[in-house]
Design a protein around this ligand. Structure first.
Ligand code: SAH
Length: 261
C-alpha cells in the first residue's frame, strides 16, 4: 500500500475546538458536552482536561499551558488521520485561547488541513461569568484586554489600555498576573490612575464558579496587584459605573445602559 502524501486527509477526521466555560460543570454548554462525548481524542492543558468527565475509550493528550501552537498542530495532525479530536480551552475557545492557535496552524500548515472539518463550540467566557456574579458591570460599552505580554509587546498593551479607558469603556483584564508576569497589573493601575476617577470600582473576580471562588471589590485608589493571580479576571468600571449597597452581601455593581449626550 502506498503511504499517504504528507498532510493528506483520511476520511472521517474532524477537530472540535471547545470552550468549557469558567469552571462549574453546569456552565459548560450542552453542545460542548455532547461534542466532547463524541470525540475519541481530547487535547488540552491538564487542569482543563481534568474538568472533562472521563469516558471509556477516549485518549487524553495532556500538554503544558504554554505550548499552544504545538498543541494545535498535534490536534490537527491527528484529526487529519481520520480521528475525531477535541481541543479544549477554559471559558470560550476564541477568547485569548486555542481557537486562534488552530487557525494560525491551519494557515501556516499543509494545504490539506484546509479541507479538514473544524468546528468551534462557544463557551461562557470569564468576563461573562464574572459580570453575572457582580450584577451588570458590562451593561454599557466594554473592552476586553489581555495583560499578558507573551504574544504582544507591553507598549501595545499600555497604549490599548489607556485608549480604552480614555474612551470610557469598562475594562475586563484577562491574564492580569502570574508568577512569570508579576509587575504588569501594578503598571496597568499606574497607567489608569491619571485617566479615571480614583473612586471607580476595581473588581478582582477569582476562580468564578469554582470551589475556590473569591470576589473582592476595591477602588482604583485602593486596588493593589496582590489581590490577583492567574485565575483572576480584573474588571475596572468607569465614572458611570454604579454600586447598590446590600445588607449582608457585597454591593451590586452595574453600568447603566444610557450615556448622556
Ligand atoms: N478562554 C478563556 C480565557 C483564557 S486566558 C475565557 O474565555 O475565559 C486565562 C485568563 O482567563 C485568566 O488569567 C483569567 O484572567 C481568566 N479566567 C479564566 N477562567 C476564570 C474564572 N473562572 N474566573 C475568573 N477569571 C477566569
Amino acid at each position: 500500500m502506498q503511504a499517504d502524501a504528507p498532510g493528506a486527509l483520511r476520511p472521517g477526521g474532524r477537530l472540535v475546538v471547545i470552550g468549557l466555560g469558567p469552571g462549574a460543570a453546569d456552565l459548560t454548554a450542552p453542545r460542548a458536552a455532547s461534542a466532547l462525548a463524541a470525540c475519541g481524542d481530547l487535547f488540552g492543558y491538564g487542569p482543563y482536561l481534568d474538568r472533562v468527565p472521563a469516558r471509556p475509550g477516549q485518549t487524553r493528550h495532556v500538554s503544558d499551558n504554554r505550548a499552544e501552537l504545538a498543541r494545535a498542530r498535534d490536534a490537527l495532525a491527528l484529526a487529519a488521520t481520520g480521528r475525531a479530536v477535541a481541543l479544549v480551552s477554559a471559558g470560550d475557545a476564541g477568547v485569548f485561547a486555542m481557537a486562534s492557535a488552530v487557525f494560525e496552524a491551519v494557515e501556516a500548515g499543509p494545504a490539506a488541513w484546509r479541507g479538514l472539518e473544524i468546528e468551534v463550540v462557544p463557551g461562557i467566557s470569564a468576563l461573562l461569568a464574572a459580570a453575572a456574579r457582580l450584577g451588570a458591570p458590562l451593561g454599557g460599552d466594554f473592552c476586553a484586554l489581555s495583560l499578558s505580554d507573551n504574544l504582544k509587546p507591553w507598549t501595545v498593551v499600555a497604549s490599548r489600555l489607556t485608549a480604552a479607558a480614555g474612551a470610557g469603556f469598562v475594562l475586563a483584564l484577562y491574564n492580569p498576573r502570574s508568577n512569570a508576569r508579576p509587575w504588569q497589573l501594578a503598571a496597568a493601575f499606574d497607567l489608569l490612575r491619571p485617566i479615571l476617577p480614583a473612586s471607580v470600582p476595581v473588581v478582582f473576580a477569582t476562580a468564578i464558579s469554582r470551589a475556590e471562588e473569591r470576589v473582592e471589590i476595591a477602588t482604583l485608589a485602593s486596588a493593589g496587584p496582590e489581590r490577583a493571580d492567574m485565575r483572576t479576571l480584573v474588571l475596572i468600571g468607569t465614572a458611570a459605573t454604579r454600586q447598590i449597597a446590600r445588607s449582608g452581601a457585597p454591593p451590586w455593581i452595574y453600568t447603566p445602559r444610557r450615556v448622556a449626550p
